[in-house]
Ligand binder design. Structure first.
Ligand SMILES: [Fe+2]
Length: 255
């Protein structure tokens, strides 16, 4: 388990599910720079679906301070098969494996499984109790929160920005979704949180803009953002690569 201890205020840029979308990654990075951050954390699925697996792996391996692996990272670095993937994901995983440089395959293969502790919060790809579990509803989140080691766990995998809160003393768990962004969430001291920054490269929550989060640990405030990016170029690259057309079209709808 990795533990980073700090004694100064830090702002953490939290990215998830970049999915080899170089255009979205560039836009998110440029936007985050204007808001300011100290360390970059990545919740996995650096590759898969998108047309820029080498660019995404190069960027994350260079600039991210802590990374947990995602299911696509495992599949594209030969750590697991992808028989259970959706046909679109299978197609893209096979294509990605052909494209990836050996150094990036090696880097993906050594990524650690979550949870990883950073400061006083945890990072996972899917859920605290299972890196491959999807947390789509409050009931699933409540069950998974019983395994959370920290008050705050950041997760990805669903490509849905927001997350869940379990409030004390009732223990009732509710979904967190934002009607407008930027959104600012001040964490309550005696509540538990599962927070999802959303997907950089393939949002599935109905908003096609790239998603990310900045967490200010010393004030317990999480900021959620969406960024316009050059979707048309990303789509053209997907089609030019011979990847399934649906992977290009879904970027415009965020579904
Ligand atoms: Fe993903």
């Amino acid at each position: 388990m990795t533990r980073f201890i700090h004694r100064v205020p830090l702002r953490f840029l939290i990215l998830s599910d970049i999915h080899a979308n170089g255009e979205a990654l560039k836009a998110v990075h440029a936007d985050a720079v204007t808001r300011g951050f100290d360390l970059t954390l990545c919740l996995g699925d650096v590759v898969g679906y998108g047309p820029d697996p080498n660019e995404a792996a190069a960027w994350v391996s260079t600039y991210a301070d802590v990374v947990v692996r995602g299911n696509h990272d495992r599949a594209c670095s030969n750590l697991s098969d992808y028989d259970s993937f959706h046909p679109l994901a299978q197609h893209s995983a096979a294509w990605t494996k052909e494209q990836l440089l050996p150094c990036h395959v090696e880097w993906l293969a050594q990524l650690p499984r979550g949870p990883l502790q950073v400061d006083n919060f945890d990072l996972v790809h899917g859920a605290p109790d299972d890196e491959d579990r999807y947390l789509f509803d409050a009931e699933e989140a409540a069950a998974s929160l019983r395994h959370a080691a920290e008050q705050v766990t950041f997760f990805g995998h669903t490509h849905v920005q927001g997350g869940f809160v379990s409030r004390r003393p009732t223990g009732s768990t509710a979904a967190l979704r934002f009607q407008t962004v930027p959104a600012q969430l001040t964490l309550e001291e005696d509540s538990l949180y599962l927070l999802n920054p959303g997907s950089v490269g393939q949002p599935r929550d109905g908003d096609p803009r790239a998603a990310y989060c900045i967490y200010e640990a010393h004030t317990s405030v999480a900021y959620f953002y969406r960024v316009e990016y050059d979707i048309r170029t990303a789509q053209e690259k997907i089609l030019a690569a011979g990847l399934p057309e649906e992977l290009a079209y879904r970027l415009a709808t965020g579904r």
